[in-house]
Design a protein around this ligand. Structure first.
Ligand code: AMP
Ligand code: FES
Ligand code: ZN
Length: 311
């Protein structure tokens, strides 16, 4: 199989684009897709300071590498969740990456440790508040991402969510017709009210497979194992279903998600914007000051319950 752009041997076939690329042409393709996402969704400009949330996995480390290679001002945040050996190994990958790719470009890595800050790791905290680990983890991660981005005056927070993640999430929301979640899903979530950092997903045009190939070609060493808490999750099932559809009919995933974004863009030009709706219902949490629809935010409620169970 030959690369479609040059006479070299291809390393990856991309059926949804009817194409195949060698290593250097794949690198160019992936970076162009990221640049296109940043521009068309108006995510940020070269003057903005970006904080990339890095987990040690292929997506977020690849995202950090691409933003640095494209000349953006990108630092990163790793949240150590205290999930035994898994957290230790993922942290090691992040630190290795920072040394090899970020430090030479004067970019820095911030590390937050949940055990140190909250007195227990994510599993213990979830048990204490009797919530599934992944859902407690989501609340805690979102809280830390937002707080660190605002405290350090970053203009925008970027995560490594890719096309597979977004399409799987969309499928989950559609299957349950969760309309309020559908409104909030997108690659660019503006800082709608004071206290919320702007959040973007510059990899939404790329599949997991394309990102893994990019990481391999560009020697990005990442943690391959999934979080042990994710086993049997609905998201993995939705991804599997979408992959089967994609094999039979290339382009399904992309069409599913991109058409949703097109519809959303058409609707927001006629309906009241998310920003307006948010502004009317959100108020500062009485304990931490972050925006919430209630008197106390979900994070503070959870922490109060966990602390009373710890003493
Ligand atoms: P996940 O929800 O695990 O699929 O992760 C989605 C995105 O959230 C990743 O691509 C990262 O950008 C970010 N992320 C996940 N876990 C962490 C972590 N422990 N520290 C910092 N960022 C994370
Ligand atoms: Fe949060 Fe696995 S990453 S529970
Ligand atoms: Zn709060």
């Amino acid at each position: 199989m030959r690369c479609r752009k040059c006479p070299t041997r291809a390393v990856i076939k991309i059926p949804r684009h009817h194409t195949a690329f060698c290593g250097p042409c794949l690198t160019e393709f992936v970076r162009t897709q990221v640049q296109r996402a940043i521009k068309t969704e108006r995510m940020f400009t070269p003057d903005d300071r970006i904080l990339v949330a890095v987990s040690g996995g292929k997506d977020s480390l690849t995202l950090w590498e691409i933003l640095l290679a494209l000349g953006y001002r990108a630092d990163a945040l790793y949240v150590d969740l205290g999930i035994g050996g898994y957290s230790a190994r993922s942290r090691e990958k992040v630190e290795q990456f920072a040394q090899q790719f970020a430090e030479p470009r004067q970019a820095r890595l911030l590390v937050h440790q949940i055990k140190e800050e909250e007195g227990a790791g994510i599993r213990e905290l979830a048990d204490l508040v009797r919530r599934p680990t992944c859902s407690a983890c989501g609340t805690i991660k979102r809280y830390h991402f937002n707080r660190v981005a605002l405290a350090n005056q970053y203009d925008v927070m970027a995560t490594g969510h890719n096309l597979d993640d977004e399409a799987a999430r969309l499928l989950g929301n559609v299957l349950r017709w969760q309309e309020d979640y559908l409104h909030k899903q997108g690659p660019n979530l503006p800082a709608s009210v004071e206290g919320f950092a702007k959040k973007v997903k510059p990899l939404y045009r790329l599949t997991e497979r394309e990102i893994a190939a990019y990481a391999l070609v560009n020697r990005i060493d990442y943690i391959v194992e999934e979080c042990p808490m994710a086993k049997g999750s609905k998201m993995l099932l939705y991804k599997d279903v979408l992959n089967r559809l994609e094999t039979e009919s290339p382009g399904t995933k992309q069409t599913f998600y991109w058409r949703f974004l097109e519809r959303q863009a058409n609707q927001t030009s006629t309906a009241p914007s998310m920003q307006d709706t948010d502004r009317t219902v959100l108020q500062p949490c009485r304990l931490c000051g972050q925006p919430t629809t209630a008197d106390t935010c979900m994070y503070c409620k959870m922490m109060a319950r966990a602390k009373s169970a710890l003493v």
